[in-house]
Design a protein around this ligand. Sequence first.
Ligand SMILES: Cc1cc2nc3c(=O)[nH]c(=O)nc-3n(C[C@H](O)[C@H](O)[C@H](O)COP(=O)(O)O)c2cc1C
Length: 166
Amino acid sequence: MQPIYQLVYASKANINLGTTGINPEVSRILLKSKSNNAKRMIGGVLYYADGYFFQVLEGDPSSVKGLYQKIIQDNRHSDSTILIEGEIDRPQFSNWSMHFVASDSGIRQLLQDNGYKQFSPFKMSVPQIQGLIAVLSNNGVYERTDSRKIGLSKKVKSFFFKHKTA
Ligand SMILES: Cc1cc2nc3c(=O)[nH]c(=O)nc-3n(C[C@H](O)[C@H](O)[C@H](O)COP(=O)(O)O)c2cc1C
């Protein structure tokens, strides 16, 4: 099997998407990403909160690096910074597509448990980022060590499922 390459980056949004990112511009990015990424066999997730994008791209190394070079030229965001990059044993996101997880209670709670009042991806440590990726790959549901599960609110769920690939 081909190695799976994972690239995780964060950037500052140049468009006003409010706190949650539930916005038509995000839908446009997602529509484009879903069709392009399926063709290139790239999977992953896009998360937005508090003015920052956070994206995980997974797939063939050259496809992932090529797509990242294209994405960083997009003027809807700036200051793109790679947070984690390298080969992984198996993909954390199963579909060759792009999921979107909106900012909501589960991830807010995870951030709060890590001492963040707001999403500050540039300040997060690698283990914290890995924890965030685990929650994102669990559809935004945060399974706390005290075994309480904190999921998505109805509003965010419906947006998320609307943009989820079958
Ligand atoms: C935060 C962010 C994430 C993006 N993610 C993707 C992506 O995963 N795949 C993709 O094809 N385009 C993505 N885009 C859009 C690209 O920058 C670019 O507009 C698009 O790929 C152009 O596609 P086209 O050449 O088919 O017109 C993203 C843009 C932003 C701002």
